[in-house]
Design a protein. Structure first.
Length: 255
């Protein structure tokens, strides 16, 4: 019988598991993919790693006005993505070590909540094994939302990608349209624009970056910054793309 079972090994789940384990609770953590969740494996960390490479490339190309001449600066996208993969693996291993040091048992399998036992314990199955715990913490995170727009079927069109598929590309897209002006959309647009891929934005907010949870003073600066680095920002609601703008079309390699 475990004191606490945690489903989801992302930042919320593994941080809670570490805290519980270090405070003497018998803790079990379930994660069906890799420790670290979306942030570490398919979000914050890989994008920041690639953005740093893009920043160096951008600086090399534009450094002459600062008195630094860099000739022959070239982009090696494979080396960029190889470095990104190494960073992820190192950090995932680090999370695993933190769980081990905290005495947390990690089960790499999908967890299913079966209900309660007659004694009131929570029963969970993962693989062929059943576990029981006094308490349960669900930290399963979220999934990418694909807008209900005709033609946006990721299962039948390889050109329709989410952050997961975009990070797995073997080469930078020659062009890209981003639907959504949140953090992830802005990061990818910034990345591929720096790498020379023309980017177009479609968003449904009054600003290209969804600032509902951010400082208004910061949000007011972002449209000007992104226009200066030559994005095409089109302020039309996503839900109107097929209904209200039938004569508007965009030709790109990825969306």
């Amino acid at each position: 019988m475990y004191d606490i079972a945690i489903i989801g090994g992302g930042p919320g789940g593994y941080a809670a598991a570490e805290k519980a384990g270090k405070n003497g609770l018998q803790t079990i953590l379930f994660e069906k993919k890799d420790l670290g969740g979306v942030c570490l494996n398919e979000g914050c960390i890989p994008t920041k790693t690639l953005l740093y490479s893009a920043k160096l490339y951008d600086n090399a190309r534009k450094s002459e006005k600062y008195g630094v001449r860099v000739e022959g600066a070239e982009l090696d996208y494979k080396k960029m993505t190889d470095r990104k993969t190494k960073v992820i693996r190192k950090l995932v291993a680090g999370v695993g070590l933190r769980m081990k040091n905290a005495g947390v048992e990690v089960v790499k399998a999908e967890a299913i909540i079966e209900g309660r036992t007659a004694e009131g314990a929570i029963r969970i199955t993962a693989g062929d094994t059943t576990y029981e715990a006094k308490n349960l913490l669900i930290c399963t995170g979220s999934e990418t939302f694909i807008p209900p727009i005709e033609g946006l079927d990721i299962s039948t069109n390889e050109a329709i990608v989410t952050n997961r598929e975009l990070l797995a590309l073997k080469e930078a897209p020659t062009s890209l349209t981003v639907i959504g002006g949140g953090v992830i959309g802005m990061e990818f647009a910034s990345l591929f624009n720096s790498l020379g891929s023309p980017c177009k934005f479609w968003y449904s907010f009054t600003k290209p970056y969804n600032m509902r949870s951010e400082l208004p003073s910061v949000g007011s600066l972002i449209p000007n910054i992104y226009i200066l680095i030559s994005y095409m920002i089109i302020g039309v609601p996503v839900c109107f793309l097929t209904a209200g703008f039938g004569n508007l079309s965009v030709q790109v390699n990825y969306i």
